[in-house]
Write a protein that binds this ligand. Structure first.
Ligand SMILES: NC(=O)c1ccc[n+]([C@@H]2O[C@H](COP(=O)([O-])OP(=O)(O)OC[C@H]3O[C@@H](n4cnc5c(N)ncnc54)[C@H](O)[C@@H]3O)[C@@H](O)[C@H]2O)c1
Length: 421
């Protein structure tokens, strides 16, 4: 079958990472997609990525600084991989759908639930695929945890504890992640947590929460300097961060989430934590508990049983008979049922991004829906904001009302800020 020709829109940090994901896919026996063009408002970044693509894949894509010109001059392109900043996802996706392209959009799908709804409507009207690039759940260790839960390894799930704290007053990658109208860090990181929480625990009913802006003055990460930029090209575009960023968006949420199953999750996402930084993910059930290793590290999942046994080796696979990676994931990670893997962060990252690109082409070629559809991506955005909305309203909110566009004072303010910007 012919490979799907796509354009990469957004050639900064994440765009470069996706390119390495493509190279990983092309080196496998499942290559089903090819990069025809790269596009960035910054022509220098687009050219640099085209050069890198040539070095990595042997073919230099066409370079554009405008999507309109790209679709006019390259009619053979059928899909777009959108890795622009969060605040531009809707505008870029709408342009792509209007040009008849299928879209793989980086998370978050939109800056508000309303923006997500608009992207979904445009995809539907154009009859095109809309897939959200949510990579964490594709990590084999997260697939294993999901299978353990589904296969009853811990009995009936009762409680999830999702904690991610650290960051002090440092800028999280780019300044836009600290501005309310361009995507707070709570949205940018929080959609990943939201997706994992929903993936593991199922339908969310209600959320009671609060949010904070603890560190309104943010300073650059010490490693984002010229030396780091040279070592790692992904940081190149970010080397010139301002000495100080005045944050306007929340940097912490604290929430309790209730699921249709009766289970509960306590979620802490605090990107302003000082002292002890911690990422931890635990799921307790009626028979035992699971210690999930987190994302993209390949550490083993641990199953804790009531008799004190602690299973952290290949015996864990006996408790997850349904666990089996897709053929392409199995090739990229070396086996169909890994209980751990020993890859560097970059290798894992590339493999997960390769899976997303492969799925996009597969959906186009076979007419099947993506795993993380527009609706899934919208529910993740809704859950990320739910603690803030709950805090603003001083009551629990339902996910349903947030998805419907009610109970959204914070997102209404964002929409207003963006209208008047
Ligand atoms: N899934 C993950 O693990 C992960 C990790 C990092 C970033 N991301 C996501 O990737 C996206 C990009 O993040 P980043 O850190 O690379 O952002 P960035 O700000 O460094 O880069 C965004 C790029 O998009 C370009 N751009 C903006 N509007 C455009 C337009 N209309 N046409 C063409 N180019 C345009 C900008 O010029 C810029 O080069 C974000 O949505 C972010 O949340 C995901």
């Amino acid at each position: 079958m012919e490979r799907v020709r796509y354009a990469a829109i957004g050639c900064s940090g994440m765009g470069r990472r996706h390119l390495h994901g493509l190279a990983r896919l092309l080196s496998s026996s499942h290559a089903n997609i090819e990069l025809a063009a790269v596009c960035d408002l910054d022509a220098g970044l687009a050219n640099a990525m085209a050069d890198e693509a040539a070095a990595l894949t042997g073919a230099r894509p066409q370079v554009f600084a405008s999507i309109a010109e790209m679709v006019r001059r390259e009619p053979g392109i059928v899909a777009a991989n959108v890795t622009t900043d969060a605040g531009s996802h809707l505008a870029v996706s709408l342009q792509c759908f209007a040009a008849g392209l299928h879209v793989l959009c980086e998370k978050p799908l939109g800056l508000t639930v309303g923006e997500c709804r608009a992207a979904i409507a445009a995809a539907r009207k154009a009859g095109r695929v809309l897939s959200v690039a949510e990579n964490f759940r594709r990590d084999p260790m997260n697939r294993l945890v999901k299978a353990l839960i589904d296969d009853g390894a811990i009995g009936k799930p009762r409680l999830m504890l999702e904690t991610s704290i650290g960051g002090t007053d440092l800028i999280v990658t780019t300044p836009w992640r600290h501005f309310k109208h361009t995507g707070t860090v709570v949205l940018d990181s929080g959609v990943h947590n939201a997706d994992i929480i929903r993936y593991y625990m199922g339908e969310v009913v209600a959320i009671q929460g609060e949010s904070r802006l603890h560190e309104p003055v943010r300073r650059p990460q010490p490693q984002v300097d010229a030396a780091a930029a040279q070592r790692d090209s992904w940081w190149g575009a970010r080397a010139q961060l301002p000495a100080q960023t005045q944050a306007t968006g929340e940097d912490a949420v604290y929430a309790q989430i209730n699921f249709a199953s009766g289970a509960v999750c306590q979620w802490v996402l605090d990107r302003a934590g000082h002292g002890l930084a911690r990422d931890s993910r635990l799921i307790y059930g009626s028979k035992g508990s699971i210690e999930a290793p987190g994302d993209r590290n390949g550490r083993p999942v641990v199953l804790h049983c009531d008799d004190g046994t602690c299973i952290d080796d290949e015996r864990i696979l006996d408790f997850a008979p349904s666990y089996r990676l897709s053929p392409v994931a199995a090739e990229l990670f070396g086996e169909a049922r890994p209980w751990r893997y020993g890859l560097s962060f970059n290798e894992v990252d590339q493999s997960l991004l390769a899976l997303q690109l492969h799925e996009l082409a597969d959906c186009i070629q076979r007419g099947v829906p993506p795993e993380v559809s527009g609706e899934e991506g919208m529910a993740d955005v809704a859950l990320a904001y739910a603690p803030i909305e709950s805090g603003r309203l001083g009551r629990a909110v339902t996910l349903e009302e947030i998805i419907a566009g009610g109970a959204c004072p914070y997102q209404d303010e964002i929409a207003e800020l963006r209208r008047s910007a």
